[in-house]
Design a protein around this ligand. Structure first.
Ligand SMILES: Cc1cc2nc3c(=O)[nH]c(=O)nc-3n(C[C@H](O)[C@H](O)[C@H](O)COP(=O)(O)OP(=O)(O)OC[C@H]3O[C@@H](n4cnc5c(N)ncnc54)[C@H](O)[C@@H]3O)c2cc1C
Ligand SMILES: NC(=O)c1ccc[n+]([C@@H]2O[C@H](COP(=O)([O-])OP(=O)(O)OC[C@H]3O[C@@H](n4cnc5c(N)ncnc54)[C@H](O)[C@@H]3O)[C@@H](O)[C@H]2O)c1
Length: 472
């Protein structure tokens, strides 16, 4: 036993854990971080970065092919091997020396191994060689252990060695045929990526494509995937899976069999809490960790949970936003300073509920923030929905010949502020932050008329949306 004390112990060195530790050290406290795999977490090696690298080259090629003058310069096809090599670079070749060095430079102590809470403010770390180190926290323990892929209980699935997002993101070769179970964000992006790389892709989307987004988003992504040769089977449900020799056979509810070389399961996530000692704090192992506005686990005053593991929003940027709030509130509570946990306060993660931005890097891209029209109505708001054809904007016509896209703004009619925006179209990702600022700032519609978009940019859609809404 080797007792060591820190002000704060963070379990999990993904993007969220790293940012919590950095924030508390900047606030004058000491911090240790516990990591059982790679410093940088899912995002750096198997999620955000490598998947976007898999998507980017095909997106650039599509863009240039839609631009007369430039398209003539393209004489060959995509080189999948070169894309995979670039992906390897973005995954740092699955080595974390760079990020571990950053932790050291930030004054954060790294303990490698599996962390488990064993008593109040006590974390045991079991290393790869089974040695156990006991850490104690003077002020707080923060769980930032993230999530893993959810696998459904389908007969034959586990024996068929399915891909999860990890195997897809780190694929060493491109399968000739890929079947994807699911229709959410991972399924949409992976279908786009692997069809771009040359796989014959079949998407078995029981609940549709991007069902949580505005309906036009899923419709446009479905149409584009089909145009790219992807077989999108809306409503298709898998009942059994079998791997015979090399091929995987998926049986659907109507008895039809879909054959592929690999099957990717992308139906959501489970929290990494099964072996974390949650029973010692009266929680059930394997459950999501429910937290209050300051990301503190309800009823346990020294325990916090940030990032994917608290299920508020499963996105890196939002988890890092939570990390800044958690780090700062721990420092405030440790020093007896005032806690600002009211809406939009320094220590409250208010944006998690009102203004979460997300870009889905499909073709076309889907960029959204805040509420969809349906979600706003469910929340009891009186809303007005304003739609505009993004392809009709001068900047979009210049951007690409035959540019097709759509924009929607959802306005809370009682407060006359925007509560949701969705853009669908090529390269709409960079349009999103203006919408986020308008929603977080609760900028009145009447004032937005004074925010003039430059001509001729795609951002002129903002003016067109306001014109469609009307000026009294
Ligand atoms: C395929 C895919 C693509 C994605 N793309 C995007 C994107 O483009 N943009 C975006 O914003 N989000 C994206 N996400 C979501 C994003 O990856 C997560 O929101 C983010 O990684 C969450 O960060 P985290 O720090 O909470 O958890 P993680 O990144 O999962 O990190 C948790 C860390 O904790 C460690 N750990 C777990 N348990 C223990 C333990 N008991 N002891 C010690 N260490 C432990 C793990 O090894 C891991 O390193 C994507 C997700 C997937 C699956
Ligand atoms: N660009 C990005 O921001 C990005 C990219 C990838 C992943 N992510 C994040 O990662 C998280 C996980 O993504 P995901 O796609 O796994 O989850 P998801 O929640 O986005 O989608 C899962 C989909 O699977 C469907 N589903 C659920 N159970 C099913 C079943 N038994 N059979 C068939 N379909 C079923 C659901 O209806 C849903 O549409 C998301 O929350 C997302 O925010 C973000």
């Amino acid at each position: 036993m080797n007792p060591m004390s820190y002000d704060v112990i963070v379990i999990g060195a993904g993007p969220v854990g790293e940012n919590v530790a950095d924030r508390v050290v900047r606030g004058g406290l000491t911090a240790a971080i516990v990591e059982r795999e790679l410093v940088g977490g899912e995002c750096s090696y198997w999620a955000c970065m490598p998947t976007k690298a898999l998507l980017r080259s095909a997106a650039a090629l599509r863009a240039v092919r839609n631009l007369p003058g430039a398209s003539q310069a393209v004489t060959g096809d995509l080189d999948p091997a070169a894309v995979l090599r670039r992906r390897d670079d973005f995954a740092s070749h699955w080595k974390d020396d760079g990020q571990a060095a950053w932790l050291a430079s930030a004054g954060i102590t790294l303990h490698r191994g599996h962390g488990r809470i064993t008593a109040d403010r006590v974390v045991e770390v079991t290393g790869a060689d089974e040695t156990v180190t006991t850490l104690t926290a003077r002020h707080a323990v923060v769980v930032a252990t993230g999530t893993a892929a959810l696998l459904p209980d389908l007969p034959g699935l586990r024996e068929a060695a399915p891909w999860t997002s990890r195997e897809a993101a780190a694929a060493a070769t491109v399968p000739a045929r890929l079947a994807i179970i699911g229709g959410g964000v991972v399924a949409g992006e992976m279908a786009t990526a692997f069809s771009g790389l040359g796989s014959a892709v079949t998407v078995l989307a029981r609940d549709g494509i991007l069902p949580a987004a505005e309906p036009f988003a899923g419709e446009r992504v479905t149409a584009a995937l089909r145009e790219a040769g992807v077989s999108v089977r809306l409503g298709a449900e898998v009942t059994a899976v079998r791997r015979d020799g090399g091929a995987v056979r998926l049986t659907l509810t109507d008895g039809e069999v879909v054959e592929a070389d690999e099957v990717l399961v992308a139906i959501g996530r489970v929290p990494n809490t099964a072996d974390l000692g949650l029973e010692t704090v009266g929680r059930t192992p394997g459950d999501w960790l429910e937290v209050d506005e300051t990301l503190r686990v309800r009823g346990v005053d020294w325990l916090y949970a940030a990032g994917d593991v608290n299920r508020r929003v499963l996105l890196t940027h939002q988890g890092k936003y939570q990390a800044r709030a958690v780090g700062d509130v721990i420092v405030a509570r440790a020093g007896g300073a005032e806690v600002e946990d009211g809406p939009w306060g320094k220590h409250a993660a208010t944006a998690d509920e009102r203004a979460v931005p997300q870009v889905v890097f499909t073709e076309p891209e889907v960029a959204s923030v805040g509420l969809t029209a349906a979600a706003a109505e469910r929340a009891g708001l009186t809303v007005r929905v304003v739609d505009y054809d993004l392809g009709a904007v001068a900047g979009a016509k210049l951007h690409a010949d035959g540019y097709q896209g759509h924009a929607r703004m959802v306005v809370d009619e009682q407060r006359r502020v925007i509560v949701g925006v969705t853009f669908v179209g090529p390269d709409v990702a960079e349009l999103l932050h203006a919408a986020t600022v308008a929603i977080v700032g609760e900028v009145p519609i009447d004032r937005l008329w004074h925010a003039v978009p430059a001509y001729p940019t795609v951002s002129e859609v903002w003016l067109r949306l306001l014109e469609a809404y009307g000026r009294p």
